[in-house]
Design a protein around this ligand. Structure first.
Ligand SMILES: [Zn+2]
Ligand SMILES: [Zn+2]
Length: 292
């Protein structure tokens, strides 16, 4: 019985996240420099997320996002599916990406043509990402990942500095502290590394709780060209992001207008329905454990 309740709550959460938001209109093409809104760290149900790649594209479209990177753990397949679907529905530009996930580091890699294996040392993963013409970003670089990242600082194109962890109270003993991510970003940013902010999206609402604002030199009609311009801007460090506290990291050119740096208000019911979904997942995990 509680399993039925859990499934109903999860469905409500999914509906709240995907359907409750107002439909977005695509940004018109233009030759002038502009700042686009990007969700650069998302998961689907191909690993530990809840939405299919198609639902994720629809959610991003409804939240008026210009760019969506699908960064599934150790595979680019979800991103390829999302890119094909987004082209059909005139959704956001999808970057083909992956979160290379190992015990020692997580690395966000964008602009890939092939999946990058996590069985390599970070130094060799970075070489492979760049060989494919991609962009490499240190994912949530808390202290436990520093040993892998520190010797490879020069090869990182960006650092994820805003993450859901930014909203979690810190304890002195925790190894997952947002302040450590900020400290790492500040060391890396000396050489102009891109500031990346994400919601590390897995389920329900909140896809755009944290975004990266990317300054592109123009916004052509061609989707492939758009993706190329976003990747170039990330390589140049022309990005900015805003923490829940209001602190802004990075400095894109031209400067992002302040309204662009704020999140539109959640759609009516999005937060409450998202909570329903989380309770449903907790219930389901609870019943699963009892059966073991
Ligand atoms: Zn990760
Ligand atoms: Zn992730």
């Amino acid at each position: 019985m509680s399993r039925v309740v859990a499934v109903v709550l999860i469905l409500l959460g999914l509906w709240g996240g995907v359907r409750a938001a107002p439909a977005g209109s695509p940004r018109p093409a233009g030759d002038e420099a502009t700042v686009v809104r990007a969700a650069l760290h998302t998961h689907t149900r191909m690993s530990d997320g809840l939405l299919s790649p198609m639902e994720l594209v629809l959610l991003a479209k409804r939240r008026h996002l210009d760019v969506l990177a699908v960064t599934e753990h150790n595979t680019i397949v979800a991103a390829l599916v999302a890119r094909a679907f987004s082209g059909l529905v005139n959704g956001p530009v999808v970057l083909v990406a992956e979160e290379v996930t190992t015990r020692d580091y997580h690395l966000l890699a964008y602009g890939l043509h092939e999946t990058v294996t996590p069985r390599l040392r970070l130094r060799d993963v970075l070489k492979e990402v760049h060989r494919q013409g991609g962009v490499a970003v240190a994912a949530h670089p808390t202290k436990r990942y520093w040993a892998a990242f520190e010797p490879n600082l020069a090869a990182l194109d960006g650092v994820e500095v805003v993450h859901p962890m930014a909203a979690i109270p810190e304890s002195a003993t925790s190894t997952f502290r947002w302040s450590d991510m900020v400290a790492f970003y500040e060391r890396a940013a000396v050489k102009g590394t891109a500031a990346i902010g994400t919601s590390d999206y897995h389920a329900f609402g909140g896809l755009d709780r944290a975004l990266t604002f990317v300054a592109v030199s123009r916004w052509p009609a061609d989707r492939g060209e758009r993706a190329g311009l976003v990747l170039s801007a990330m390589r140049r460090g022309d990005t900015a992001t805003r923490a829940p506290s209001g602190r802004v990291f990075g400095a894109p050119t031209p400067p992002a207008p302040q309204p662009a740096l704020t999140r539109p208000p959640p759609a009516p019911g999005e937060t409450a329905l998202g909570m329903c979904g989380l309770i449903g997942v907790a219930l389901l995990l609870g019943t699963g454990r009892r059966r073991l």
